[in-house]
Design a protein around this ligand. Structure first.
Ligand code: PEP
Ligand code: MN
Length: 337
């Protein structure tokens, strides 16, 4: 439930209401908006019995949230969440691009791509060191060595790094070498992993599960928020449908829905969303039109030689062409890129 405080409620009023809720077994999450403070109370409502919170000083109204997600909801926090990573902001007016290879293959490859990313004016580089592969015989990533390479690439070119963490025991390690933790689609409901990233103060990007509903996807975000980490962003990366022409079906309606239902930044991955490089640019532009706060795009200087996902990777030339189109489309929807 959400307790909306009056505009002129004092700190003492807020404290007393919070205390009452805590005594009744609720976990409290304060959201201090520009206008007023909202107290999110997660717990069993029946524990309040007949007590009416509305009678307490400073309380404007009490709203029950029907959706299973509370902290992620727009009711709890009306303003968009803006995540700051140094001088880079995600969720504000600027659309952030995260570009790079599917996987770090070597130091040379990563530095070459970091140079491409930096030259394009983009501030965040993606790249996998721990790869969730369908086949145990496929390239699994360079592991910690890959993380070290990513860190070097980031430091050399002044880029922020996003990379996937696959298991709870590796969260600290991956956090040490990166700026944003990526939860892969296959791990969206790995609850121990979600709880572990929630303990850090790292921004977390949560990919939508292969067959996850919008509500399940938001609930994954709720896990991280509930664990105390407010730097959560969602990522639509396509879902499994009956269609086989595309690798996945990029669900842009989910982007619109997630933006309406939650205050979290929403990123779109048109690379995994389509699986075909020819479809990546048009869908990236469509995503910007749909209200995406950012895009995560696979780029490789020689896609035919890529150890992973070459068929959906953009060449430097196509990537740069896309970026100039993104700027125009962003302008048309009153965003910056
Ligand atoms: C990735 O972005 O590297 C990746 C593996 O994506 P997903 O988890 O969406 O399949
Ligand atoms: Mn990939």
């Amino acid at each position: 439930m959400i307790v909306v405080m009056e505009k002129d409620a004092s700190e003492d009023d807020i404290l007393k209401v919070s205390k009452k809720l805590e005594e009744s077994g609720f976990a409290i999450h304060l959201s201090r908006g520009v206008e007023r403070t909202i107290i999110g109370a997660v717990g069993d409502k029946s524990r309040l019995a007949d007590f009416s919170l509305e009678t307490m000083k400073g309380v404007d109204r009490v709203i029950g949230i029907l959706a299973p997600y509370k902290l992620a909801s727009r009711e709890f926090k009306a303003e968009d969440t803006i995540i700051e990573i140094g001088d880079v902001t995600i969720g504000g007016n600027e659309i952030q691009i995260m570009a790079g290879p599917c996987a770090v293959e070597s130091r040379e490859q990563a530095l070459e791509i970091a140079h491409i990313v930096k030259s394009s004016g983009v501030k965040i580089m993606r790249g996998g060191a721990f790869k969730p592969r369908t086949s145990p015989y496929a390239f699994q990533g360079l592991g910690e060595e890959g993380l070290k390479i990513l860190k070097e690439a980031g430091e050399t070119y002044g880029l922020k790094i996003i990379t996937e963490v696959m298991e709870p025991g590796n969260v600290e390690l991956v956090a040490h070498y990166s700026d944003i933790l990526q939860i892969g689609a296959r791990n969206m409901q790995n609850f121990p992993l979600l709880r572990e990233v929630a303990k850090t103060d790292m921004p977390v990007l949560i990919k939508r599960g292969l067959s996850a509903t919008i509500e399940e996807w938001i609930m994954a975000g709720e896990y991280v928020l509930n664990g105390g980490n407010k730097k959560v962003m969602l990522c639509e990366r396509g879902i499994r449908t009956f269609e086989t022409y595309t690798r996945n079906t990029l669900d842009l309606s989910a982007v619109v829905a997630a933006k309406q239902l939650t205050h979290l930044p929403v990123i779109v991955d048109p690379s995994h969303g389509t699986g075909k490089w020819r479809l990546v640019s048009p869908m990236a532009l469509a995503a910007v039109t749909a209200g995406a706060d950012g895009l995560i795009i696979e780029v490789h200087p020689r896609p035919s030689e890529a150890l992973c996902d070459g068929s959906q990777s953009l060449t430097e030339e196509n990537y740069n062409k896309l970026l100039s189109k993104i700027k125009k489309v962003a302008n048309a929807v009153e965003r910056e890129a």
